[in-house]
Design a protein around this ligand. Structure first.
Ligand SMILES: Nc1ncnc2c1ncn2[C@@H]1O[C@H](COP(=O)(O)OP(=O)(O)OP(=O)(O)O)[C@@H](O)[C@H]1O
Length: 461
């Protein structure tokens, strides 16, 4: 991938420029923004011409009713044609009067641009007050969304601010940024303390909406934020690759009378991701196999998902001690460290990232061509007996599986996912995943490194 000066935009510069334009030297809003490598591969053109592809569109961006300054931003990012979700959603999102939207489209098909363009289109830049807020489940995703806002808004005077932990200086005054992106806990805090003035907010976006609304996840915090917002004239946008049935009903209440773009069950994951499994003998064997895969993991970049933080730490410490270069990231690390780890990975300084579900959703790093489910994603189920005390992890978490493997195969690229199974229980869990997603998971022999290599290289061709 070539990184020429034009195709490799550094949001830091734009953020600093927009901060100083507004005479706001004190709080450079996006000073820690990541570099984004918005590279577009030639194969995309073919896929965008295929009517069955989620990247297909018959319209151009010009036909979608976007402002000239936003079209410039889009082309600056190297986008030439909209994807299906962008083509279908944008005219509905931009129509007046504003209507709510529940938008579902496979991982890596460009949902972010759809809601970012809506926020940028709805902001009145003559008013220095917050008009659009966007919530995401992790700081990593919030920072990534912000880089899209800054990049797409490069030719607009947009002012932005974060609502993520440890970002806002304690003595900082009220936020006047047009668009605020963050995680629900911090967003709520800033609204409650009136650092964010909610009166002018007219767009409320939930990325990874099913996760943000889930009562077992961030549902309570998200609802608290919503209750702070003006009730009239608020356009609510919910986007995700998955909307399981138990969230769908709540989503419809949360965003009443919404336009809906939905996927069928069999369309949930993109076809460019080839799925494999490896039959390991036991937990220790899983580790051995991972180490044997190391050379393959570093051909491009890879993400290894574990169920627990301590597993991620343990295997990364062990691999590091054995001379391999890996990084680990999870929610118990402090925010500054998390930012450095993900930025280094994004920049390709680290090739293998061992992590938990914290980055299972939304993270867009085009060079990631392999995802390993070291542990399959499992759902916490509360016990039904004994007054509901306690619970256990036994059922596969289908949605998280879809999001995890979706960290590869972005926007038509090829990718591989490998699941480690090691006993009857994990085998059955994988079978359930296969059934629920309707996609075959192929076996790869664990003791034949050549076969492994051959199959994987073929899958990436
Ligand atoms: N019209 C387009 N042309 C070319 N590239 C695009 C286009 N729209 C989006 N992209 C690129 O495709 C990639 C995936 O987009 P995005 O991250 O928005 O996916 P998503 O649908 O939000 O996925 P997820 O469900 O995993 O969050 C990004 O790198 C983005 O820059």
């Amino acid at each position: 991938m070539e990184k020429d000066a034009d195709g490799f935009y550094t949001p830091v510069a734009a953020a600093a420029a927009s901060a100083s334009d507004a005479g706001e030297e004190k709080r450079a809003p996006n000073a820690d923004l990541i570099k984004s490598t918005f590279e577009v591969s030639v194969t995309l053109a073919d896929q965008q011409g295929d009517p069955n592809s989620p990247l297909h569109s018959i319209k151009t961006f010009e036909e979608l009713g976007l402002h000239q300054d936003l079209l410039k931003g889009i082309y600056h990012l190297g986008f030439s044609k909209p994807s299906k979700i962008q083509e279908r959603a944008l005219p509905l999102l931009l129509a007046n009067p504003p209507t709510n939207m529940i938008g579902q489209s496979q991982s890596g098909t460009g949902k972010t641009a759809a809601f970012v363009l809506t926020m940028l289109s709805r902001v009145d830049f003559t008013k220095n007050t917050t008009q659009a807020v966007c919530l995401a489940p992790s700081r990593e995703l919030a920072r990534q969304i912000m880089s899209v806002v800054v990049n797409m808004g490069k030719f607009t005077p947009v002012q932005t601010e974060y609502a993520i932990k440890d970002h806002i200086l304690r003595d900082s005054g009220p936020i006047t940024a047009h668009i605020v992106v963050g995680t629900p806990g911090t967003m709520y805090d800033l609204m409650r303390k009136r650092i964010i003035n909610v009166a002018g907010i007219k767009v409320f976006v939930l990325d990874e909406a099913d996760n943000m609304l889930d009562q077992d996840g961030l549902g309570d915090q998200t609802l608290r934020v919503k209750n702070m917002l003006p009730r009239d004239h608020l356009q609510i946008l919910l986007f995700s690759a998955t909307f399981p049935d138990h969230v769908r009903t709540f989503a419809s209440k949360f965003a009443p009378a919404a336009n809906k773009i939905e996927l069928q069950k069999e369309e949930l994951s993109v076809t460019g991701i080839r799925q494999f499994y490896m039959d390991c003998k036991n937990e220790e064997h899983k580790y051995d196999i991972l180490v044997r895969l190391y050379a393959l993991l570093t051909i491009g970049q890879s993400i290894i998902f574990c169920q627990y933080k301590h597993t991620a730490d343990r295997i990364s410490a062990r691999m590091t001690a054995e001379g391999h270069k890996v990084a680990s990231l999870h929610g118990a690390k402090d925010p500054a460290e998390r930012d450095t780890i993900i930025d280094d990975f994004r920049d390709g300084k680290e090739k293998v990232l061992i992590t938990t579900n914290v980055i299972a959703r939304g993270i867009d790093i085009l060079q990631v061509n392999m995802v390993v489910n070291y542990d399959l994603p499992l759902m916490y189920e509360r016990n039904t007996g004994n007054g509901g005390e306690g619970g256990h992890f036994d059922k596969p978490d289908i949605e998280t599986y879809i999001h995890r493997i979706g960290r590869t195969g972005r926007f038509g690229r090829r990718g591989i996912s490998i699941n480690f199974v090691h006993d009857k229980r994990t085998w059955l869990q994988m079978e359930q995943i296969e059934k629920a997603t309707g996609r075959k998971i192929m076996r790869i022999e664990t003791n034949d490194v050549d076969e492994m290599e051959e199959k994987m290289k073929e899958a990436l061709k």
